[in-house]
Design a protein around this ligand. Structure first.
Ligand code: HEM
Length: 451
């Protein structure tokens, strides 16, 4: 989101939550362009790890200046095993939700992580659930990124309490394209109390408790959160999932199922629900519109009200499944309760549409989803909206971007005069691993470091 836009929608009079205690990633979108690194660690020694945590505290970024989105931010999260290893009291450990305690690999049946996405094929640290801490440095320039990364590394380089299991760089240019060449990270819910002034046409901010622990949510009820208060309040949960994108296969599928590049672009856009520029199909159904895609005031100001039959944006497209907005669903559900803040980042290079042979390189996305009920939301989205078509009366059809495709691989595209049905879709984004993480507040991090 353009910086001037963020600054304009910030109103200090609307701040009612402790921004300086909440980690920045929860409220702060990725800068444009962005540069960064994710790193995952195992705790070897709890006492030493707590010393490192004390050292790290001053560089962990709070959400205080989220709207400025300047410089570099450092985020630190714990898995359940990490909290256990660092010595959280049993009562506190028991106060975490069951899905979090089990960890992502064990939750495969609830996530529909089957077939090519089965945890048995995941990278070893994810498969064996050895990750205790996951951290990210995200910056708005190469210089800020390198400086902050160095500062971050210096905090634990002489200490054997933490073992670095893996670190991976990511980034995107001004156009914020993912490896398929589609702009990503446009639509995100806003949080009440964070200082947001939503422009006309935008969805109203959701209640704080949907995303930050310890506050009332949409039903005006504060859901139970990890205890004691200092540990849970102002924290949140993060879903971390590594995807390998099969872009050449996607391009090949598009080519084989269209008569010319123009028709191919339309089919690709119909699968996503937006054109490559980010322009929503609902607002520009026939061709891409770069100006619209670039405009943060307009590129998310739409509803599905005037697209009742999905002829502009198919019911099965990725964005309509993941956020049906005001679409009629065939199973009674409140779509506002399944929202998630996305801070996903892209790694590897973009593959142009004419490349149809895989070069074997690592490329894809770290999906990072945040909410107070992130595990429940992800499990719902994965099982119901991504891998089952029932809520949109589409039988067992799957999400064309993130569904685990079966032998039929169906995609339905309502069109005039007839509905078009495409078959033989593959799983274009394959899960290579993931974890459920807790994002403690800054005071919780301090409390943990003093346990
Ligand atoms: C590699 C995997 C994925 C790719 C390539 C991908 C791609 C995209 C793209 C291009 C958009 C449209 C731009 C935007 O609004 O940001 C989008 C939107 C979205 N995606 Fe994904 N996505 C992936 C994984 C996921 C997963 C795992 C989930 C959740 C389970 C998810 C949930 C969403 C949501 C909620 C939206 C916004 C919908 C809206 O509000 O209009 N995505 N994604």
């Amino acid at each position: 989101m353009a910086l001037d836009f963020l600054k304009r929608i910030f109103n200090p009079n609307n701040v009612t939550i402790a921004l300086d205690d909440i980690q920045a990633l929860i409220l702060r979108s990725r800068p444009v362009p962005y540069y960064g690194t994710v790193a995952v660690f195992e705790i070897n020694d709890a006492t030493q790890a707590k010393l490192i945590l004390k050292e790290l505290l001053p560089i962990i970024t709070s959400a205080k200046d989220w709207h400025k989105n300047e410089g570099a931010s450092v985020t630190l999260t714990f898995t359940y095993k990490g909290l256990e290893k660092i010595g959280l009291p049993k009562d506190s450990l028991d106060s975490f939700p069951e899905a979090f305690r089990e960890g992502m690999a064990k939750r495969a049946p609830f996530l529909n992580d089957v077939g090519v996405n089965d945890p048995k094929y995941w990278e070893k640290d994810f498969k064996n659930a050895t990750i205790h801490i996951a951290a990210a440095v995200i910056a708005n320039s190469e210089e800020h990124w390198k400086t902050k990364l160095q500062e971050f590394r210096a905090k634990f380089s002489n200490n054997k309490g933490l073992k670095l299991l893996k670190s991976h760089d990511f980034g995107a240019t001004e156009e914020v394209k993912n490896v398929f060449g589609f702009r990503d990270g446009i639509s995100n819910p806003e949080i009440e109390g964070s200082g947001i002034d939503t422009p006309p046409g935008f969805d109203r901010p959701l209640k704080t408790g949907e995303f930050v622990l310890g506050y009332p949510g949409e039903g005006d009820i504060t859901k139970p959160y990890p205890q004691p208060d200092i540990l849970g309040k102002n924290g949140s949960f993060l879903i971390f999932r590594k995807y390998q994108s099969q872009v050449a296969d996607f391009n090949k599928y598009i080519q084989e199922n269209s008569r010319n590049p123009q028709e191919g672009e339309l089919l690709a856009a119909k699968m996503v629900g937006r054109w490559r520029s980010g322009a929503p199909l609902v607002l520009s159904p026939d061709k891409d519109d770069k100006e619209l895609g670039d405009d943060p005031h307009k590129n998310n100001a739409f509803s599905f009200k005037n697209d009742e039959f999905g002829k502009k944006c198919p019911f099965s497209s990725h964005i309509r499944r993941m956020n049906p907005r005001d679409s009629k669903t065939f199973v009674l559900e409140d779509e506002r309760l399944h929202r998630i803040i996305r801070r996903s980042v892209t790694f590897g290079d973009i593959v142009p549409p004419d490349v149809t042979k895989d070069d074997g390189k690592e490329r894809g996305q770290y999906f990072m989803g945040i909410s107070a009920n992130a595990m429940g939301t992800l499990e719902f989205l994965q099982k119901q909206w991504a891998n089952d078509g029932n809520s949109q009366n589409l039988g067992t059809e799957k999400d064309p971007m993130i569904g685990v495709q079966d032998s039929e691989g169906l995609f339905t595209m309502p069109a005039d005069p007839l509905v078009k049905r495409y078959r033989g879709l593959q799983t274009f984004n394959i899960v290579k691993g993931g974890e459920y993480c807790f994002i403690p507040s800054l005071s919780a991090l301090r409390w943990i470091s003093e346990l």
